[in-house]
Design a binder for this molecule. Sequence first.
Ligand SMILES: [Zn+2]
Length: 109
Amino acid sequence: MGFISQGLIGFSESTAPSRRIKAVQFGILEPKVVKELSVVHVVHPESYDENDQPVENGLADPKLGTIDQNFKCATCEEDSAGCQGHWGHIELARPVFHHGLPRHHQENP
Ligand SMILES: [Zn+2]
């Protein structure tokens, strides 16, 4: 049993054996990898249409996952308890620096 029981927030307990985490490493993915992992190219700023349905290729595209218990994820077909969510991506019109990148480059030249 984990420190915070998932059962308290509506998720069932995992049957996977528990392991102690020894380390966590963060990094920056190349844009090509981000696109390969992405299930949705978000091109519409609207999340829902006039009928309150998620807009395809919008911010609430059903392929990104679901938090609604009445719908299944369009990517993995799991419900809100089983789907962990999926990546989407937005292509910006111009390159933009992430505020954390200059510090990352100073620490990892
Ligand atoms: Zn899913």
